[in-house]
Write a new protein. Structure first.
Lengths: 116, 116
């Protein structure tokens, strides 16, 4: 039968504007969240992280916001540049089996296209 | 920084053969390594968690006899895809968690497997 491929949501942003990428996570027990950037054909690259006891964390040109009430995470990129074009994934860290077993689960991803 | 390498970066094999993929942490020790699979335009799906000196923990739906994982040392984990079929063609990515750290993972560059 015919297969239907999934398509990543795409965010198109003008160079120099700010970008906001959103993510909904599922596990209320997750204690740590990470944003990754993935360029085509490469592995994910760490951008910024935040622990569940915080609601905001800032890095260089990037800010992560965490709203545990609605289980929502966002990544803000200031002054978006062409080099920011990539797929961005949020990931949540949980401890489903207890002990030292930690599991990182990735969200579906958002493709960021920067228009020069 | 923390560098994770994978070898090979690309491999083409015939249906029915087995393929081994290596994941190495180059400048740190990793008690735990993770193996992910990523299909085009999709997110990373965790296949298994590999712990040095013990059996891997496989995610639901992942056949442990088909995807053999060996975490022989604190810097090396291998994934062997046995009796590969075209549907196993995918991008395989490993990550390593630094021993003693409380969170983030460092990802390898990925291995593109094509089964003909």
């Amino acid at each position: 039968g015919e297969s239907v491929g999934l398509h990543l949501p795409t965010l198109s942003v003008q160079e120099g504007d700010n970008s906001i990428i959103n993510c909904a996570y599922s596990n209320s027990a997750s204690d740590y969240f990470i944003w990754y950037k993935q360029e085509s054909g490469k592995g994910p690259q760490f951008i910024i992280d935040i622990r569940s006891n915080m609601d905001k964390r800032q890095g260089q040109r990037v800010t992560v916001l965490l709203n545990k009430t609605v289980k929502h995470l966002s990544l803000q990129i200031a002054a978006t540049q062409p080099g920011d074009s990539a797929v961005y994934f949020c990931a949540e860290n949980s401890n489903p089996l207890g002990g030292g077993y930690q599991k990182v689960t990735f969200g579906t991803g958002t493709k960021l296209q920067v228009i020069p | 920084g923390a560098v994770v390498s994978q070898h090979p970066s690309r491999v083409i094999c015939k249906s029915g053969t087995s393929v081994k993929i290596e994941c190495r942490s180059l400048d740190f020790q990793a008690t735990t390594m993770f193996w992910y699979r990523q299909f085009p335009k999709q997110s990373l799906m965790l296949m298994a968690t590999s712990n040095e000196g013990s059996k891997a923990t496989y995610e639901q739906g992942v056949e442990k006899d088909k995807f053999l994982i060996n975490h022989a040392s604190l810097t090396l984990s291998t994934l062997t895809v046995t009796s590969a079929h075209p549907e196993d063609s995918s991008f395989y990515i490993c990550s390593a968690r630094r021993s003693g750290s409380g969170g983030g993972q460092y990802f390898g560059p990925g291995t593109r497997l094509t089964v003909t």
